[in-house]
Design a protein around this ligand. Structure first.
Ligand SMILES: O=C(O)Cc1cc(O)ccc1O
Ligand SMILES: [Fe+2]
Length: 441
């Protein structure tokens, strides 16, 4: 944490757009012209491709970047196993999948020198990281900046800060994420997390499946929801061992285990790059919320920010959905989320304020899990209030909630199933929903 880091974070330049073929050089002339891999790359740099999708995937889904770096990534010593801390990876098969509605308070406060990696705590997930399917839900609470560098071969990391700003130093350059923003680190991209405040807390969706993309808009048209131009990628920035000498510990998450190696230089040494396998940040308050202007509560798929498609059209491995400030104007409509049972599984978190389906107990930094087909919806207090509310236009602007909605049930880790911060008695929020049925005759 330092004032300088915050100044750096607030002054960052970005490249705008989603999925673009971006290009950036920190030193003029570092990017080769007209080819990716010239006989000798400019300025004595090494050319290296980083592939996020198979070489042969359709052009519309293909993700790769070319990096021009001081040393090739291949120049590293052997990795050796280190402890996994509180990070767990799919397949999640240590606990029995639980059909109950579950809710957690925020993570307990960690010790004083806990960095982002050590502060990661896995709640659960599904699929299999080695098969590149499914996802994991993690929470983090960090109290120190990372000296080491981390990369995740198992999936991309969608970071959802809830408390504390982050300066993400990545191979591609620097990103700034505050609560209310999300940051995405693509599979395999190395980065370190610097804290901009006392501590930092939030959520991470580790997506083992296809990279997140923007949802199709269908009849919505050419604009709306998360607009592509609001996604921001970094400009190239590099660490050079002549100014910041090694050694640097590099932690590599691979098929569920952490492996570590001591490099004699920083692997954040990319001087120029081009491509579309890039990290980015997005301000959730830029989300263009679309909803009903006649009647009924639309399904929350209308709030999809990013989707990781599966092989079945319309069926996401995981959707990232945001409940952003908006107006509710539905006539003769029960306006909060309805009662429902869903084949998809819903993990929800709260970044700020309150959520319109829950009067209390769902708190910032906490989370809830409504697994496949579990019955849920407004709690009793919300139901009673919304059933009697006068239906004038109402602005919902006191909260920012999100959902990771996934095609497979979320199986908990033992640490989540037995956590002290698991709330007892969550079922009670639906107690006392009285019988109102009065047959006419
Ligand atoms: O359960 C939830 O709170 C998430 C949700 C919100 C909504 O508006 C409709 C359906 C749904 O699952
Ligand atoms: Fe739901």
């Amino acid at each position: 944490m330092s004032g300088d880091a915050r100044k750096t974070a607030e002054g960052l330049a970005y490249l705008s757009g989603f999925g673009n073929e971006h290009a950036s050089e920190a030193v003029a002339g570092a990017l080769p012209e007209g080819r990716n891999s010239p006989q000798r790359a400019p300025l004595g740099l090494y050319a290296e491709q980083l592939s996020g999708t198979a070489f042969t995937e359709p052009r519309a889904h293909n993700r790769r970047s070319w990096l021009y770096r001081i040393r090739p990534s291949a120049a590293h010593p052997a990795f050796t196993r280190s402890g996994n801390g509180t990070i767990r990876t799919a397949p999640f098969n240590q606990a029995v999948p639980d059909p109950n509605r579950l809710r957690w308070n925020p993570l307990p406060v960690p010790g004083p020198a806990t960095d982002f990696v050590e502060g990661l705590w896995t709640l659960g997930g599904n699929g299999d990281a080695t098969q590149r399917t499914g996802m994991a839900v993690h929470l983090y609470h960090a109290t120190a900046s990372m000296d080491r560098v981390f990369s995740d071969a198992d999936g991309e990391l969608l970071i959802v800060p809830e408390r504390g700003g982050l300066l993400l130093r990545t191979e591609f350059g620097l990103l700034h994420a505050e609560p209310g923003h999300v940051a995405l680190i693509p599979r395999g991209v190395r980065f370190r997390v610097q804290l901009l405040d006392e501590d930092a807390r939030g959520y991470v969706c580790e997506n083992y499946g296809a990279p997140f993309q923007l949802p199709d808009l269908g009849p919505i048209g050419a604009n709306g929801l998360a607009n592509a131009r609001d996604f921001r990628a970094p400009v190239a920035a590099y660490e050079d061992d002549e100014s910041t000498p090694g050694p640097v510990e590099v932690v590599n998450k691979f098929c569920g285990n952490l492996w570590t190696a001591e490099y004699d230089h920083s692997p954040l040494d990319v001087v120029a790059w081009h491509g579309n396998h890039v990290p980015y940040v997005y301000d959730l308050r830029r989300f263009n919320v679309i909803g009903s202007i006649s009647y009924d509560h639309p399904d929350p798929s209308i709030f999809t920010v990013l989707t990781s498609p599966s092989d079945t059209p319309g069926l996401a491995g995981v959707d990232f959905v945001v409940f952003a400030p908006r107006w509710l104007v539905g006539e003769d409509t029960f306006r909060p989320p309805y009662f429902h049972r869903n084949v998809m599984s819903e993990y929800m978190g709260l970044i700020e304020g309150a959520y319109d389906a829950k009067a209390e107990g769902f708190v910032p930094g906490g989370g809830s899990l409504h697994n496949m087909m579990s019955a849920h919806g407004p709690d009793r207090e919300t139901f009673d209030r919304a059933s009697a509310a006068e239906l004038k236009p109402q602005r919902i602007d006191d909260g920012l909630a999100f959902m990771f909605e996934t095609r497979w049930p979320v199986t908990l880790t033992p640490q989540a199933a037995r956590a002290e911060h698991l709330q007892p008695g969550y079922d009670d929020v639906w107690q006392g929903l009285e019988r109102h049925f009065r047959p006419l005759h």
